[in-house]
Each structure stands twice: as structure tokens, then as C-alpha cells.
Design a protein around this ligand. Structure first.
Ligand SMILES: [Zn+2]
Length: 187
């Protein structure tokens, strides 16, 4: 269901804070369109740290694997990345559907190392929002339909105080890939 507790601004504020703390930079210097790798100097381990901070704040589970890894798992080895570590045409098609404008520079045959620099501050915020949008109708522990949210996050059950159980970031990517595959038959 659409959750009405945590708005986009609040999510963006927390994403910026998590990035600022991880990379030891000022929150004011971070813009939504910034690439974490290219503009802010993040390395792959920093993504884990940023995700971990957001998981603590919102009580969610961010995706552990990039979309390319999920494609390989669902559609077979070599489906997204060929023997030379380059993006396949099908992988690029799917990434364009997923990322829209942010994937404009993507071309088949490009090295897979070119993908992480596409991730922007806004991409991370979108990931958080997608997970929060899976807030269930009712508490999975006691069945109460009443949620509450103190201090802007996390959302918990009014009756038993259990934290809301959301879909994980990885589940959402898999669901998305399944529905896109059904619609577009890319693989
Ligand atoms: Zn409950």
C-alpha cells in the first residue's frame, strides 16, 4: 500500500545524510543528480555502508545485488554480461527500462564497470521509496491495521510495536524483472 508517513523529502534527507556520513562530506554538497562514484568519490564498499545506514533508519532491507547480477541469476549465466565482462544488448534494454534517463549513456559492449557510476543520489532514494511503498495493510505479527511513525521513521505497529515488514530491495528487483520479462519477452 502507499505509505503516508514518510515523504520523498524526508527520504532524500536521510539518503544525503547516509552518504555524507559514509564519505565524510557535507550534506549541502550533495545533489540528487550526483553520481556517487563519479561526483562524490564513492567506492564499492561505500555502497554497503550507505545501505546499512538507511536500513537502520527505516527498518528496511536494501538490495544486496545489482540488477545485472539478478539478470544473470534469473536468465542464465552470460545473459547480462558476456565472457569479456561486457554488457549484452538484452542487459542494456532492461537497464534502460529500469533507469530511464540515467541510463542514456549505456551501450551494448560497454564494460560492466561503467554501470555503478550511473547510480545517483536519486537512484538510492528511489530504491528506499519503492521498499517503503510495500508497507503491508496489516501488521504481520498481530494483524492490527494501525501503523504509527515516530520522529519520521521507522514505521511500526500501533498495537504491538513490531516494525513493519517490507519487501526487500532484492525481492523488488526480482519481481520487476519477472513482470518486465512477461511483458517484453527480452530473454
Ligand atoms: Zn502488531
Amino acid at each position: 500500500m502507499t505509505q503516508g508517513f514518510i515523504d520523498d523529502n524526508r527520504v532524500m534527507e536521510e539518503v544525503k545524510k547516509a552518504i555524507a556520513q559514509t564519505l565524510s562530506i557535507d550534506t549541502e554538497k550533495i545533489r540528487p543528480e550526483d553520481s556517487l562514484v563519479r561526483d562524490l568519490g564513492a567506492e564499492s564498499l561505500d555502497f554497503l555502508d550507505i545501505n546499512y545506514r538507511l536500513e537502520q533508519v527505516f527498518g528496511i532491507k536494501m538490495a544486496r545485488h545489482f540488477i545485472l547480477e539478478h539478470m544473470e541469476e534469473m536468465f542464465g549465466e552470460g545473459s547480462a554480461i558476456d565472457d569479456n565482462g561486457q554488457l549484452t544488448e538484452k542487459a542494456v534494454k532492461l537497464m534502460r527500462l529500469r533507469l530511464g534517463q540515467e541510463s542514456e549513456g549505456l551501450q551494448p559492449g560497454m564494460d560492466m564497470d561503467q554501470v555503478p557510476p550511473l547510480i545517483t543520489v536519486a537512484t538510492i532514494a528511489k530504491g528506499v521509496n519503492e521498499i517503503l511503498a510495500t508497507l503491508p495493510e496489516k501488521c504481520t505479527s498481530c494483524g492490527s491495521p494501525q501503523w504509527k511513525c515516530n520522529d519520521g521513521a521507522p514505521i511500526e505497529c500501533s498495537a504491538c510495536s513490531q516494525g513493519a515488514a517490507y519487501s526487500t530491495g532484492d525481492d523488488l528487483i526480482k519481481e520487476w524483472l519477472t513482470s518486465v520479462q512477461q511483458e517484453h519477452k527480452i530473454f
